[in-house]
Design a protein around this ligand. Structure first.
Ligand code: SAH
Length: 266
């Protein structure tokens, strides 16, 4: 890119430079003129411009004052821009109607961003996001694979996950050292109805805390020996299995037993 913009590493600034890929991201995001869209980290606005061609109802989040100046110069007052760290900004007052997210973000914020999206899923209908390829593989993973992780279950609890396509490093400037992929999350219509999501998440974290260990060994320090033997006698699940072999349904069964029968509290 021939200009004097100073790319800041700490904010993961890898700008897309290929219009075809940008068009593909927007067309596969499924956004329409009726949608309210959030874009996180617009950079010089290559994706912003393409989203604007579909809907003018666009809200931006950007941490770099230099970027904000460029965006304001390009799009003037047509856009709502929230300056600051999208992870720290309080989304609650901004989420007054359903939105869709379309963004090429710095990879270091992927996990906290997804966490925040899941926490606000009532209002976030779909998410089209550039992520590191390995991250995409984990998000869409199925049981009994090495990619299947706590993050998989926590995300798939709320969203159906699809990997749209890979994006080679040379389509960014400067090119990142990792492979990238665009994922598409759509809000599930059958989100499990549970009253203690924290417990479900904790259970999943514990089950995956040592991947090579059995459920029995991972669960013991968490629920205690007494609860463990109750669970064992229930024959609900074979505790010699590993966390990575359990489906969502099996985790939900375990959760229900802890929450409803044992009245287990975090
Ligand atoms: N979407 C643009 C730029 C991607 S680079 C493109 O595809 O070309 C990532 C962008 O996110 C940069 O503009 C960077 O300044 C911004 N950013 C980095 N961390 C952020 C954070 N915590 N909150 C909001 N924006 C952030």
């Amino acid at each position: 890119m021939i200009d004097n913009f100073h790319h800041k590493k700490k904010w993961g600034q890898h700008f897309l430079k290929d219009n075809n890929i940008v068009r593909k991201i927007v067309s596969e995001s499924g956004i329409t003129s009726q949608d309210k869209v959030w874009e996180i980290g617009p950079g010089k606005g290559i994706l912003t411009q393409e989203i604007m061609a579909v809907t003018s109802n666009l809200t931006l989040f950007e941490i770099d004052p230099e970027v904000i100046e460029i965006i304001q110069g390009k799009f003037g007052g047509k856009l709502e821009i929230h300056a600051g760290d999208v992870i720290k900004i309080d989304w609650k007052p901004l989420l007054t109607e359903p939105i869709k997210i379309v963004a090429n973000i710095p990879y270091q914020i992927t996990s906290p961003l997804l966490y925040k999206i899941c926490r606000n899923s009532d209002y976030i209908k779909s998410v089209t996001l550039m992520v590191q390829k390995e991250f995409a593989d984990r998000l869409k993973a199925i049981p009994n694979t090495k990619e299947y992780a706590a993050l998989t279950l926590k995300t798939q609890f709320f969203y159906n996950v699809k990997q749209l396509f890979k994006v080679p490093a040379h389509l960014f400037f400067p090119p990142p050292r990792v492979d990238s992929a665009v994922i598409h999350l759509t809000l599930r219509e059958d989100i499990p109805n549970i009253d203690n999501l924290e417990l479900f998440n904790k259970l999943v974290d514990v089950a995956f805390s040592m991947r090579r260990k059995t459920l029995r060994n991972n669960l013991k320090p968490f629920i205690g020996a007494d609860n463990l033997s109750k669970l064992e006698s229930e024959n609900l699940i074979d505790l010699s299995r590993r966390g990575e072999t359990l489906s969502e349904e099996e985790y939900l069964n375990l959760y229900s037993y802890l929450n409803d029968i044992l009245n287990f509290k975090l």
